[in-house]
Design a protein around this ligand. Structure first.
Ligand code: FAD
Ligand code: UDP
Length: 376
């Protein structure tokens, strides 16, 4: 059998492209995935206690894009869900992102009021200020606050998560969790926030349920590429691996996940508690919050950051800094030499810190701009 497209990987990027190619163009697709399941890092499954868990860390769906929302809504119903996070600072659990409520939880009321006034005067209500920007201000009281938040919320968490200080990383990394001059304790403010009602894996299964789509699990594409007939290739794995690391490795950060099920109904007051300063872990997520399914037990996931070592663990987070961007540009010049015969798409192939909605948008864009044209 000959396929029109071979797609490497079965995560978000691959599933969107396979679905579009099969249903919109009527072409045949073979997906080859090295893991034993679909869904990439967003994969979820029911554990032995009947609790839906996220195998590769907490995945919370949120987006500003109505295009992404309406696209995915063809394959899932949604369960309304607002993510809440607390961070342990000096023994107290305060709202993260740091906001006006966090201020009053930590400082005596009159001092908190003074700091609140200063934040409002300097930035305004409802404004989000990245920590590295807050540290640039010159007012001495605000300077105290900026350093306090930097040291107690960001510095040690970032050292654990990345092995680097916030200022050694692209500023957008800590900018993902800005100081929010508001009383809104939600982690995200996007207009669309929800979890797939039956989980991510069920959503991906529905995307791939089409006679034009065939799926090969437990297989690295390198094992079959010479034996399969296909016209065009979409690659969603790591870009440096595709080119046999000819320009050296693009570094990633990895994580080790530790799962623990307790014989009690709930463990913590919100889904996620961050430990910026204590322990080796960065955070604990309590999985039942995502699905809302009742159970007398509860499953927790603890995250231990670690270096990525090819062949030993998984590449989760691209490490965004200038040196790595330069190395990436060496690989993107290799992509150009292939003259569009291969499409590189996704977190690993683009070496970008995409959230799920960004991965969907990028895949839809590639479909509309590259795949459709190359098929005409
Ligand atoms: P992936 O999901 O990585 O899929 C790539 C697939 O390619 C993998 O299944 C891999 O096994 C396969 N593959 C690689 N090499 C080969 C090969 N040689 N042969 C065959 N198959 C191969 N986003 C959010 O929006 N909200 C969140 O809360 C969130 N939390 C996250 C938490 C963690 C810990 C991580 C790591 C990511 C999180 N994300 C979150 C981001 C989200 O996981 C990504 O945006 C999304 O999974 C990207 O999809 P992808 O298809 O590009 O990549
Ligand atoms: N961060 C931090 N303290 C926190 C939460 C986040 O220092 O309590 C920083 C840290 O560098 C982290 C980044 O902000 O990697 C982005 O956090 P986010 O929660 O978006 O990370 P993800 O869910 O993608 O792992």
């Amino acid at each position: 059998m000959k396929f029109d497209w071979l797609i490497v990987g079965a995560g978000y990027s691959a599933c969107v492209l396979a679905e579009r190619i099969a249903t919109q163009l009527g072409l045949r697709v073979l997906i080859v995935e090295k893991r034993n399941h679909i869904g990439g890092n967003a994969y979820d499954y029911y554990n032995e206690h009947g609790i839906l868990v996220h195998k590769y860390g907490p995945h919370i769906f949120h987006t500003k894009s109505s295009k992404v929302w309406h696209y995915l809504s063809q394959f899932t119903e949604w369960r309304p869900y607002y993510h809440h996070v607390l961070g342990v600072v000096e023994g107290k659990k305060i709202p993260i992102p740091f906001n006006l409520n966090s201020l009053y939880d930590l400082f005596p009321p009159r001092y908190a009021e003074k700091l609140e006034d200063l934040l409002l005067e300097n930035f305004g209500f409802g404004v989000k200020v990245p920590i590295l920007k807050l540290r640039e201000n010159t007012n001495s009281s605000l300077d105290f606050l900026a350093n306090y938040i930097y040291e107690n919320v960001f510095l040690n968490y970032t050292l654990k998560q990345w092995g680097m200080k916030p200022e050694e990383l692209d500023k957008n990394v800590t900018g993902r969790v800005p100081i929010y001059i508001s009383r809104d304790n939600r982690y995200f403010q996007d207009p669309y926030q929800a979890m797939p009602k039956l989980g991510y894996t069920e959503m991906f299964s529905r995307m791939l349920f089409h006679p034009n789509i065939k799926l090969l699990l437990n297989t690295k594409y390198q094992e079959i590429i010479d034996d399969v007939k296909f016209d065009r290739l979409i690659y969603t794995g790591p870009i440096d691996e595709f080119f046999d690391y000819m320009h050296g490795e693009l570094p990633y950060r990895s994580l080790r996940f530790q799962f623990e099920t307790l014989d009690q109904e709930w463990y913590q007051e919100v889904c996620q508690v961050n430990y910026p300063n204590d322990y080796e872990i960065t955070r604990i997520t309590e999985q039942k919050y995502f699905s809302g399914h009742p159970s007398p037990k509860t499953t927790l996931v603890m995250e231990f950051p670690e270096a990525y070592v090819p062949g030993k663990n998984d590449p989760y987070y691209p490490i965004l800094n200038e040196a790595n961007r330069n190395r990436l540009s060496l690989y993107t010049s290799e992509v150009e030499k292939l003259k569009k015969s291969v499409c590189f798409v996704g977190r690993l192939a683009d070496y970008k810190y995409y959230d799920m909605d960004q991965a969907v948008l990028r895949a839809l864009h590639v479909f509309e701009k590259s795949v459709v044209n190359s098929t005409e």
